[in-house]
Design a protein around this ligand. Structure first.
Ligand code: XIL
Length: 297
């Protein structure tokens, strides 16, 4: 196959990218993205500050722009994200306790109603753990330790047709505290029937040439709990070809690793642009890392 999406499809997987609504007028960007990818995540446009800027007043303008661009090209869309400590609208940042709990529930219901039946996946909860595996002390956590399962139960009721994911970074190394913290939560959810379908490993790699310890073991261990896994926001310092090949191979080796999404199209589109972490250079040309990924798919 000659594109990332077509190569991934040979094994029933997708290959995705983050898309920014503000770049859809850039024809180099849309040409590369439209050619290569089969899944799209809105980089910022479906986050709480974008979708509910005032309490109870939802705005889906830029999220829908991305949704329409993707689906008109036959791509699927991954929702990102419903409950997160960051990129909350101002009104939500100042809430706590039972009023924040209700606001979270209302937010999930409002956003999921709009996209009901349309999205392949939703990142229901993003980044809820500390590096040592304890819970992050956010305003959401202050509403009670059960806020994550409340979010997932609310999400399942709001749209039973979409797959519900927990998403986080630094959960790639199997020996790491945070990985174990998330793993224990997923195991607990599965044992108690809390609805959860997938774990997203953001996969923001920050140096070196080898993978975080036992990366593939992490993928297969999560999968063994009965959830799909995906690499959801991949970028790699200096686009190390060995790390890009290795993370692709690890996903390919795990049957329940359903797909890989890179966090942007060209290096110049990246939130880490100074590290040149993506598969296309600023001119939209394929980098060496592109070939290493394509060959591993
Ligand atoms: C980043 C975006 O790429 C930036 O444009 C924005 O300013 C901040 O958020 N983890 C996530 C993503 O789940 O939503 C973040 O995206 C990167 C880290």
């Amino acid at each position: 196959a000659s594109t990332l999406g077509a190569a991934a499809a040979q094994s029933g997987r997708y290959f995705g990218t983050a898309i920014a609504a503000g770049r859809l007028g850039d024809s180099t960007y849309t040409t590369v993205a439209g050619r290569e990818f089969t899944m799209v995540t809105a980089e910022n446009e479906m986050k709480p500050d974008a979708t509910e800027p005032q309490r109870g007043q939802f705005n889906f303008g830029s999220g829908d722009q991305i949704y329409n661009w993707a689906t008109q090209r036959g791509m699927k869309v991954r929702g990102h994200t419903l409950a997160w400590h960051a990129q909350q609208p101002g009104w939500m940042q100042s809430l706590g306790g039972s009023s924040l709990r209700q606001a979270m529930i209302d937010h999930i219901n409002g956003v999921m109603a709009h996209y009901k039946g349309k999205l392949a996946y939703w990142d229901v909860v993003n980044e809820a753990f500390n590096e040592d595996g304890s819970r992050r002390q956010s305003n959401l956590q202050s509403t009670g330790n059960d806020w994550i399962e409340v979010a997932f139960r609310t999400a399942r009721n709001a749209d039973p047709s979409t797959r519900l994911c927990y998403n986080d970074y630094n959960i790639e190394n199997w020996s790491y505290g945070k990985t174990q913290g998330v793993y224990n939560m997923i195991r607990d959810f599965k044992s108690r029937g809390v609805p959860i379908d997938c774990v997203g490993l953001q996969t923001h790699f920050t140096g070196g040439s080898s993978l975080p310890g036992n990366f593939q073991t992490t993928l297969s261990s999560f999968a063994a709990l009965g959830v799909d896994v995906a690499l959801t926001e991949v970028d790699v310092t200096n686009a190390s070809t060995s790390q890009y090949a290795g993370l692709t191979q690890a996903c390919m080796n795990v049957p329940r690793c359903v797909g890989i999404t890179v966090w942007g199209v060209r290096d110049s589109d990246s939130w880490r642009s100074s590290e040149n972490p993506l598969l296309f250079d600023g001119g939209g040309n394929k980098k060496a890392a592109y070939t290493s990924v394509l060959n591993a798919l």
